[in-house]
Design a protein around this ligand. Sequence first.
Ligand code: CDP
Length: 214
Amino acid sequence: MSLTVAIDGPAAAGKGTIARAVAARYGFAHLDTGLLYRAVGLRTLRGEAAVAAAKSLTRADLADEASLRAPDVAQAASQAAALPEVRAALVDYQRAFARRLGGAVLDGRDIGTVICPDAEVKLFVTATDAVRAERRFRELSGKGHAVTLQDVALDLARRDARDAARVTAPMAPAADALQLDTSAMSIDEAIAAAALQVDRALARLPKRAAAEGR
Ligand code: CDP
């Protein structure tokens, strides 16, 4: 069985929380594709060229999640992510992950549009700017980062604007994605809404396999 769940949306909308919960619930593998771009961003902050970093990324680059989650790394990631060659270097890995047997959840910005246009489930998760800034502020302060709510709001606004305006694989909902505004939802409600879509896709799988002669 292979089933791909694509979860896209702006920064701090709750994609990661939903993706992790869906993966755990169905036993699917999970890839936070933002970490790949953050790993490239971290290496650029250490002086390397973005394209060279993207082409030579290894598992070790993803190990230090605390460093990767820092706000300056997020900005560097967004800058690197606007470069077509950086994105191209990361496509094959993401697509192979998406089609692994047993199901996969990928969250990012272009999963439903570019990486996995045939994903069985596509969600575009949003929340208001204020809600997202508040959530990320609590998350970063909880981890000991010295940030203000204003800093965080500015960081998200700058990244969203850059991510949506870039020419290659801009952040955008796929035409067939379900848009999920989590502003007024609890985490459990958001997960339940996502799970409903997965249940429906799983119910369709046997019919699809039969139609394809599998
Ligand atoms: O966690 P948060 O939503 O703040 O960001 P992230 O998912 O870790 O992504 C960090 C940055 O990587 C984003 O601002 C994007 O510029 C870039 N990114 C991307 O371009 N494409 C993806 N599929 C995932 C992330």
